[in-house]
Design a protein around this ligand. Structure first.
Ligand SMILES: NC(=O)c1ccc[n+]([C@@H]2O[C@H](COP(=O)([O-])OP(=O)(O)OC[C@H]3O[C@@H](n4cnc5c(N)ncnc54)[C@H](OP(=O)(O)O)[C@@H]3O)[C@@H](O)[C@H]2O)c1
Length: 295
């Protein structure tokens, strides 16, 4: 019998994370999935809907309670997954850092904590579980990252596109962003709130390069799912009085392709991919269908 490919997907109770779990269940019968969710009730509801959509999938799913903004919660989730793997004599095949937020009423720090520090600490606590030479990590970032870098300061651009970027430099930039927010007026805060999502995703694309350099035994890449209709993006359509389709949003199932490509196909490491599964630059937008980035 083929050994199960075990994969953790964070923020998998809804939206793109849920769609990734569903696609893996349907398309890759050898997978066993750890469905990450920060809330117990939402995790039960997610497992119930997955098992009703994909009959017989109960034995291929484990709910994992995990808040990626909290290091203790990440560590507890890693211990839980470690014992589940030990029981089954398996290693971890993949981690998908999908959990993300676009905005927080508490300010920019929470967005950075979830979108950038989350993937950093998840890898820190899970790297020893990943199977050497085989393991995969996919950081779900966004085209908002390249868009942000196409119009940020020269200094930020230089730091976040440097192939030798260090975590210290990324962290320093995040601290500066938070300090700037704390010291700004209400109108400046509004602008920083609208920029923090792109900034946090640009930091996570840089983090991906740094993680790939530091952990050469596994393949670590980032990708955007595309513009997808979820609870995250629906308010954008509502604010503009348009339907998600009029806005060009696609269904969650269509947002799974780049992640599944990076999990399952033969790929290099340390790169960022567009929603069409094609390698893309991290400092300017590459539309689907355009030539691949080769830098
Ligand atoms: N939708 C798009 O067009 C689009 C485009 C580019 C990139 N993305 C990225 O795709 C990923 C998924 O987004 P989505 O559109 O599917 O959004 P979504 O429907 O809002 O789902 C976000 C998921 O992340 C979870 N989450 C948020 N904070 C968390 C935390 N601290 N710990 C653990 N889980 C947390 C949410 O859990 P709760 O239900 O508990 O809140 C939810 O499961 C995000 O990283 C997002 O930035 C989305």
């Amino acid at each position: 019998m083929k050994k199960a490919k075990t994969i953790l997907i964070t923020g998998a109770n809804k939206g793109i994370g849920f769609a990734i779990v569903k696609a893996l269940l349907e398309q890759f019968p050898e997978t066993h999935l750890f469905v990450g969710c920060r809330d117990k009730h939402r995790s039960v509801a997610a497992i119930n809907s997955l098992t009703s959509i994909v009959p017989g999938s109960e034995s291929r799913l484990d709910a994992i309670i995990m808040d990626v903004s909290n290091r203790d919660s990440i560590q507890n989730a890693a211990s839980q997954i470690e014992s589940l793997l030990l029981k089954r004599g398996l290693r971890l095949y993949g981690v998908v850092n999908n959990a993300g937020i676009m905005y927080s009423p508490t300010g920019v720090e929470e967005v950075i904590r979830v979108n950038t520090l989350g993937p950093k600490y998840v890898l820190e606590y899970f790297i020893h579980l990943l199977e050497p030479e085989i393991g995969r990590v996919v950081n779900i970032t966004s085209a908002a990252g390249p868009n942000y870098l196409s119009r940020c300061s020269d200094r930020t651009h230089k730091i976040l596109t440097d192939q030798e970027v260090t975590w210290k430099h990324i962290l320093e930039l995040t601290k500066e962003f938070i300090l700037q927010y704390q010291e700004s007026s209400d109108s400046e805060k509004e602008l920083l709130n609208s920029n923090v999502y792109g900034f946090s995703k640009a930091c996570t694309n840089a983090l991906t390069m740094q993680q790939a350099r530091s952990h050469k035994t596994v393949k670590i890449n980032a990708c955007t799912p595309g513009f997808i209709e979820t609870d995250m993006t629906l308010p954008i359509a509502q604010n503009q009085g348009k339907s998600p389709q009029e806005m060009g949003m696609k269904a969650p199932a269509e947002g799974t392709a780049s992640c599944i490509h990076l999990l399952m196909n033969d790929v290099n490491t340390g790169h960022y991919f567009g929603s069409d599964c094609v390698r893309s630059p991290i400092d300017r937008y590459r539309a689907p269908g355009m030539p691949a980035f080769e830098g």
